[in-house]
Design a protein around this ligand. Sequence first.
Ligand SMILES: [Zn+2]
Length: 91
Amino acid sequence: MVGVLGFCGLVLKEEKMTKLRRLINEAKKSCEFRGHIMKRFTHSVPYNGIIWGHAYSECEACKKSVMCNAKPAPNDIEISGEAVALHCLGG
Ligand SMILES: [Zn+2]
């Protein structure tokens, strides 16, 4: 039983990582489409420290940010931030 539970936990964890990676790719594409030069995505989210399942980045030029959330609340969204909504003004 313990073995089965452990296996499930592992699968869940991998699933989450894959989803976050997919969200990061999507976010990066959307930001670059808007002309931003995104920094490396990090799990360290401003004000909240390191949150598992989240990734954060900002534009080198205009400092607009983007946040990915692999486990959004029902009223939350997976990719948010000004960098996906607005065009780059930094260069
Ligand atoms: Zn920008």
